[in-house]
Design a protein around this ligand. Structure first.
Ligand code: GYE
Length: 322
């Protein structure tokens, strides 16, 4: 009892302290419905802003009270945000984890408090799989496979590829690499000649590619595979700076299917973007409603991914929400 009181107190204090140093917990509009705590990695990128916006709109439509915790990219803020949601008596917690590891302890606390957890977008790697009920999001492994398949079809299976990876230890970086590499196993003419982290960040990706071009020269690769669109934008800049012609001399392929990417495809600088859709509010809240009604839900709810290239980018542009 005393222990419980102390941990509740420390959660409140921690929550408050973290709010002060960046982890903003938005109260959301006052409604009577169930309280959902949503721990989001960050909200600055347009991809994540679109995800939060859609989830907020869906919560409003269905009469849920939603509180969003923005961890500004830091796992320790996410962990204290989760503890704070426990202290606030959340009915269910939605977690979009920065990285896969390091969640066992806090998710055990959430489970002990009797609060179900739904993962959204990225996944966790925990010893005890019962620490979350289900995961709603895209199939990142399939996205990586689709990107490789597109390059294989376009090049007749002959390509030297530079890979720009997403944030280390995050599910999309791990699986977009794995799906791509697995496809290459049956493609003797295709190889990854260099792979560098670009942290889902355009400047980091641009700098990494500039350095590779400087060190190895222009004629050493035929394609760039970036784990997301914003890194592809950085890569396009680096190629242009080096006097190369992105989209023509060098194929550029990425993932997300954002508005920026579709525009770049229409302009001819980007060749292909595999969709990874952040607009998941409807599927997420269908799942949440089932869980709160005591129904069984599947362990995984997969959001479909399309492939965009010059054949369909233009028609997909109107109404693109991210
Ligand atoms: O592709 C990227 C974002 O987790 C799938 O994270 C998400 C990825 C998305 O930073 O643009």
């Amino acid at each position: 009892m005393k222990g419980k009181f102390l941990s509740l107190l420390s959660a409140l204090v921690l929550g408050a302290a973290v709010t002060g140093c960046g982890d903003a917990i938005s109260p959301g509009p006052a409604v009577d419905g169930p309280l959902i705590g949503f721990s989001q990695i960050e909200t600055a990128s347009s991809w994540r802003a679109a995800m939060v916006e859609d989830i907020e709109a869906e919560a409003r439509r269905r009469g849920f009270e939603l509180r969003v915790s923005d961890a500004q990219g830091r796992q320790e803020y996410q962990i204290s945000g989760l503890r704070s949601f426990v202290a606030q008596g959340a009915d269910l917690i939605v977690l979009t984890p920065t990285v896969e590891s390091g969640w066992d302890e806090v998710l055990q606390e959430v489970k002990d408090a009797g609060i179900p957890v739904v993962l959204a977008d990225r996944l966790v790697d925990v010893e005890d799989d019962s620490l979350y009920v289900t995961a709603v999001g895209s199939d990142f492994h399939e996205e990586g496979r689709l990107a490789a398949e597109w390059i294989a079809e376009r090049t007749g299976g002959e390509a030297r590829i530079i890979e720009l990876r997403g944030s280390e230890g995050s599910t999309p970086a791990l699986l977009r690499n794995a799906g791509f590499v697995e496809f290459l196993e049956d493609q003797p003419g295709m190889e990854i000649v260099a792979s560098e982290p670009g942290y889902f960040n355009p400047s980091a990706a641009r700098e990494a590619l500039e350095e590779l071009i400087e060190n190895f020269g222009e004629d050493t690769f035929d394609a760039v595979y970036a784990h997301n669109d914003s890194m592809a934008m950085g890569a396009i800049e680096a190629l242009r700076t080096a006097g190369m012609n992105p989209g023509r001399d060098i194929l550029v392929v990425s993932i997300d299917g954002s508005r920026d990417a579709l525009e770049a495809i229409v302009q001819g600088a980007l060749n292909c973007s595999v969709e990874s859709n952040p607009v998941i509010g409807a599927q997420l809240f269908d799942t949440i409603e089932s869980i709160l009604a005591g129904e069984d839900v599947p362990r995984r709810v997969v959001i479909e991914s399309r492939v965009f290239d010059e054949t369909n980018a233009l028609e997909a542009l109107p109404g693109r929400r991210y």
